[in-house]
Design a protein around this ligand. Structure first.
Ligand code: NI
Length: 402
């Protein structure tokens, strides 16, 4: 007998309280990127309770391995959750029962929910161990929030490649979508976030004698102005791209021309070629301005995560499973990608993958605050959709829609 999506939904109801407890424990005890030691031990402990062995390809994080007992095609499917929290102070009386016990560290991006949700999916899947063909890898990944990205490091270990992973699925809670819904799209979903740092070096001196100086503030003004033409004049107008200068710093007082001006910012695109073209145009402009003024410059462009590009067939599989679970109207088709980044993209450089947004925002639980806001929260009803959906994706072809 194949498993039905209804069975998975019933199981999620049954395990809902368990998932909430897990999530609240994680929420109370957040750890920043690459220092998720207690979190890793906790997750391994929970997997052990479920009878799932875990490997540790990296110092923190782990991969739980469900070995199916059914004979059939030996598929290997990976389901991923990120486990790290942010270095920020949490706020909010609506979270008083489970607010962070660690000053300056908080789960304000929902990764506690991602982890609890995947453990919930694992608990559901273990009830169907006899139906599972092949393997399901539960990837609890560290360090999503900080470069170089735990997803990248996980891929560099070759662990998932050696295990023969054929497809990978991941999700992020979404404060702008209601619980009981998901949002997804095929193709480009999230941008490539690169970062740049520019130093314009002049020669300082008295503000009343500018002819004896090389003024880096004037250079900065030129650079800022000319950068505005990169997106409008050099990038293909049908392609989304952003260049934002987020910080400009120079000078100390009224009557001194400083030596240097510093600029930090980010470039968002959907492919590396465009990003590299923008980088080259930026450097040409900086060089032209600095040298033209008689100064010099330093230019650094740090490549961030690649773009999240969803595989078409897997997105279709995801949508079909979700139709059975929550109905077609609750599966929201995104018209446009978003310019935020996500290190799930690294997996997609190695395996076909699909990533989606799990609706977790409601007014009554104070969970409509944006990602990384000190009051960020998730409506825990999202587990009733997220856990059975992840379980369904793990089960793949042994699932029936009815
Ligand atoms: Ni996040």
């Amino acid at each position: 007998m194949p498993v039905s999506i209804k069975d998975l939904q019933d199981k999620a109801e049954e395990y809902h309280a368990w998932m909430i407890k897990v999530r609240r424990h994680l929420h109370r005890n957040p750890e920043v990127s690459f220092q998720e030691n207690d979190t890793t031990e906790f997750v391994i402990g929970k997997l052990k309770e479920l009878g799932i062995p875990a490997e540790r390809p990296l110092k923190t994080g782990c991969v739980g391995i469900i070995e199916g007992k059914a004979k059939g095609i030996g598929r290997v499917i990976a389901l991923r959750a990120d486990i790290d929290a942010l270095a920020m102070q949490e706020e909010g009386s609506h979270k008083k029962d489970f607010i962070s016990q660690r000053p300056g560290v908080a789960h304000c991006c929902g990764h506690d929910a991602h982890t609890a949700n995947l453990l919930g999916a694992a608990k559901i899947l273990m009830d169907y161990i006899d139906k599972i063909e092949g393997k399901i890898l539960l990837v609890f990944q560290p360090g999503e929030e900080n470069l170089p990205g735990g997803g990248r490091l996980m891929c560099e270990t070759g662990f998932l490649q050696d295990a023969g992973v054929e497809a990978i699925f991941g999700l992020h809670t979404s404060p702008v979508h209601a619980p009981g819904t998901i949002a997804v799209k095929s193709g480009p979903l999230m941008a490539r976030p690169d970062e740049f740092e520019i130093e314009l070096i002049g020669q300082g001196g008295h503000a009343a004698g500018p002819h004896l100086t090389v003024d880096p503030i004037v250079m900065a003004g030129d650079v800022i102005g000319r950068f505005q033409s990169i997106i409008s004049r050099s990038v293909d107008p049908t392609e989304p791209a952003v260049l934002t200068i987020g910080k400009v710093q120079a000078g100390s007082t009224y009557n001194v021309i400083p030596e240097k001006a510093l600029m930090l910012g980010t470039v968002r695109t959907f492919d590396r070629q465009t990003a590299m073209m923008i980088r080259d145009r930026m450097e040409q402009i900086v060089k032209g301005v600095a040298e033209g003024a008689g100064g010099s410059y330093k230019f650094a462009f740090n490549e961030g995560y690649p773009a999240v590009i969803n595989d078409e067939a897997l997105t279709m599989q995801l949508k079909k499973a979700a139709y059975g679970l929550i109905g077609e109207d609750a599966v929201l088709e995104m018209e446009k990608p978003i310019m935020a980044g996500e290190d799930f993209a690294f997996y997609q450089e190695h395996f076909p993958g699909a990533f989606f947004f799990l609706g977790s925002g409601s007014n009554d639980t104070g969970s409509t605050w944006s990602w990384h806001h000190p009051k960020y929260n998730v409506d825990e009803r999202c587990f009733l959709t997220g856990a059975p959906l992840m379980a369904a994706l793990g089960l793949g072809n042994v699932l029936t829609g009815a």
